[in-house]
Design a binder for this molecule. Structure first.
Ligand SMILES: CC(C)(COP(=O)(O)OP(=O)(O)OC[C@H]1O[C@@H](n2cnc3c(N)ncnc32)[C@H](O)[C@@H]1OP(=O)(O)O)[C@@H](O)C(=O)NCCC(=O)NCCS
Length: 279
């Protein structure tokens, strides 16, 4: 199972859907899409993601923005579900894998989405960003009130535990269930945490119970357990608990220096990560 890491790209959008669906099947996802996703939902979500890829990415350690990585299995082909975009999507031809690339497509086995803010911010900048986030439209059949309330709970935690500081934020880490507990999550975490080490900043995330022990081993410390009352927005969730733990990994002492097991050095030039891990 040799695993490589590379930047996320538009042709990975279906793999992203597959992994989120499978990895978060015991989480909020079934309540966000109680009847599953339609093509209209996918097309909406793809559009938002493509906009983000075009305008919100961070290309260097000094530029604020998103850093998205995927881990893939160099020995296993992508399932067809990763390759067949809805016929009606007007960007289909731009992003789908074609010809040789398509034949060589590998199975995506994990996804890590990070947000880098390499310098401290003012309260005004934070407020402006929050206001922009609120105008975000949801997929047609998604449970909008649930997404809004959950987003608000996450934002409140970030405001409390990051404050005005520079940070690296792990927005999502999801591993294909068939590949969990084989070190893929750890590999993707190391890739991101190397950025936090190089820049000399704290890292932050909201942990599920499944992820918490791994994050603790990587130097994250529990700060606050936030309970989210999902049944208020999705009655079918009555009796389920969907809390998350706000966790902080302090900035390396003395600024930019080695911490934990994350890979150091100039690294991989922005998003150009390549890491290999054998069985
Ligand atoms: C939580 C999650 C991201 C972890 O990813 P992962 O790839 O399974 O993580 P790793 O394999 O690196 O580590 C997980 C555990 O497997 C162990 N492990 C790693 N390689 C192993 C191997 N070859 N054999 C046996 N165990 C192994 C690790 O020691 C770790 O143990 P711990 O949980 O007791 O600390 C993944 O399970 C997942 O996607 N879960 C569902 C979605 C989710 O909750 N995401 C987190 C949101 S914050």
């Amino acid at each position: 199972m040799p695993i490589h890491i590379r930047p996320f790209q538009a042709s990975d959008l279906l793999a992203r859907e597959r992994i989120f669906k499978d990895a978060f099947s015991a989480g909020l996802r079934p309540h966000i899409y109680p009847n599953g996703t339609t093509d209209a939902d996918l097309i909406h979500n793809f559009g938002e993601n493509i906009k983000g890829l075009a305008t919100k990415m961070s290309a260097s350690d000094t530029q604020a923005g998103q850093r998205f990585f995927v881990a893939y299995d160099t020995e296993t082909s992508a399932p067809t579900s990763d390759l067949e975009f809805p016929e009606t999507w007007d960007k289909k031809n731009e992003v789908e894998l074609k010809g040789k690339d398509r034949e060589e497509a590998k199975r995506i086995v994990g996804i890590a989405f990070w947000q880098l803010q390499p310098s401290p911010r003012t309260q005004e900048e934070i407020d402006k960003e929050a206001a922009e986030g609120q105008s975000h439209a949801h997929a047609p059949s998604a449970n909008g009130p649930l997404l809004d309330a959950f987003g608000k709970a996450l934002t409140a935690g970030r405001e409390k535990w990051i404050g005005l500081d520079a940070y690296l934020y792990l927005k999502v880490l999801a591993i294909d269930p068939k590949y969990q507990r084989r070190g893929v999550g750890s590999l993707l975490l190391d890739e991101g945490l190397a950025v936090a080490n190089r820049v000399g900043i704290k890292a932050y995330l909201e942990a599920t119970e499944a992820g918490r022990p791994l994050y603790q081993r990587k130097g994250f410390v529990d700060r606050e357990l936030v309970d989210f009352d999902v049944a208020r927005y999705a009655p079918a969730a009555k009796g389920e608990r969907h809390g998350f733990m706000c966790m902080v990994r302090p900035a390396p002492e003395g600024g930019k220096k080695a911490q934990g097991s994350a890979e150091e050095g100039e690294g991989h030039g922005g998003n150009e990560a390549v890491v290999e891990k054998g069985e």
